[in-house]
Design a protein around this ligand. Structure first.
Ligand code: ADP
Ligand code: MG
Length: 338
């Protein structure tokens, strides 16, 4: 067999097969029968409140998530950004049902993830979420072809034409021509695109990806992002990706930043109108509005750089309301020190 090692670079939006489109539309139309739907509202995909995860080892306890807050609506495309060790993977694993949180609230697609039994969790992982791993070797079985890899998760599905569906999925991510290639014959970007097709095999409502562009160059990274954008726009799949790549931030409509296991701020793509108004006033790249997260108890996390800038040295600040604005200032003692 001749091996085509040439990289598939850009992503061209495919001709979407009707059968494939219908299969996703049906999956999304179905009522979730979630007991919590009334309380949460129909349009909420993820609701996470004060989420805590503690890893216990013999000697130490690591507080990986310390009260994380996030709400994602159905059909949204969200990127979670944070430096290494900030708790991104831990959080994604909780949403994906791969590990259990220690405290807080976590609802996905009308299900309370704290209350799912082990058996329900298995079904949840098969039917509700699709996961793209950071490590490609974990996504693809090396001795199977791309097509076989996509077919594999469908074993638990009933229905015919699995091969055709797998082929449709490969075409969807622009990898139809690599159907017979194995892991070692694929570039990093190609492996990631096939991993996305595998994650979609069981029509998940929620697609999760951990550093999907972690080990590829800029051009390949853009192509992978294009695939996600297309899936979100054309099939309405809710997508949450995790990354430490700040460049991605300008390309996704909603970016949530995590710092030390807590959601610290959010950037939301400005409306076309607002961008038009601001033209010429701000940097060209500044397309997003930035917000800090306010939790239920009224807590906000103020970035250390900002505190340093105004000369906060102690663990106290002064708060007052002035002309409809809340002003944070250093204490008298801190002011005298600087
Ligand atoms: P990120 O993905 O943002 O780089 P992680 O979620 O992997 O961060 O890790 C967050 C913190 O939790 C880190 O301090 C990490 O060392 C710790 N951690 C993650 N997984 C485990 C584990 N299984 N056991 C102990 N500590 C862990
Ligand atoms: Mg990680």
């Amino acid at each position: 067999m001749s091996v085509n090692k040439q990289e598939t670079e850009s992503y061209q939006a495919p001709m979407l097969s009707e059968a494939l489109r219908d299969s996703f539309m049906q999956a999304y139309a179905k009522s979730t029968n979630g007991e919590l739907e009334d309380e949460l509202g129909d349009n909420v995909m993820i609701l996470c409140e004060n989420l805590v995860k503690i890893f216990k080892t013999k000697e130490t306890e690591v507080l990986a998530l310390q009260g994380l807050e996030l709400k994602v609506e159905k059909g949204e495309f969200v990127a979670i950004i944070g430096s290494s060790g900030s708790g991104k993977s831990t959080f994604l694993n909780m949403i994906g049902g791969l590990d259990r949180p220690s405290a807080g609230k976590l609802y996905v697609d009308g299900k309370d993830l704290f209350k799912l039994t082990e058996k329900q969790l298995v079904t949840y992982k098969q039917q509700t979420v699709g996961f793209v791993w950071q490590n490609n070797a974990r996504n693809l079985f090396p001795y199977l072809t791309a097509l076989q890899n996509v077919q594999l998760p469908m074993m638990f599905m009933d229905g015919k034409n699995m091969e055709q569906r797998a082929m449709d999925l490969l075409n969807l991510v622009g990898m139809g021509h690599k159907r017979d290639s194995k892991l070692s014959q694929l570039s990093g970007g190609e492996q990631q695109r096939i991993a996305i097709a595998i994650a979609l095999a069981n029509k998940p409502k929620l697609l999760l990806a951990d550093e999907p562009t972690g080990s590829v160059d800029q051009k390949t990274s853009d192509a992978i992002l294009d695939v996600f954008r297309y899936l979100n726009k054309e099939l309405g799949i809710t997508i949450v990706i995790v990354t430490h790549d700040i460049n991605l931030a300008t390309k996704v409509s909603r970016v949530v930043m995590i710092r030390d296991g807590k959601t610290s701020s959010e950037r939301i793509l400005r409306s076309e109108k607002k961008r038009e108004e601001l033209k010429g006033f701000t940097e060209e790249e500044d397309t997003h509005d930035e917000y800090v997260i306010l939790d239920r108890a009224g807590r906000v996390q103020i970035p250390r750089e900002m505190l340093d800038e105004i000369g906060v040295k102690s663990n106290r600040v002064q708060l007052k309301v002035e002309n409809g604005t809340i002003v944070v200032s250093p204490t008298e003692t801190d002011r005298q020190k600087s």
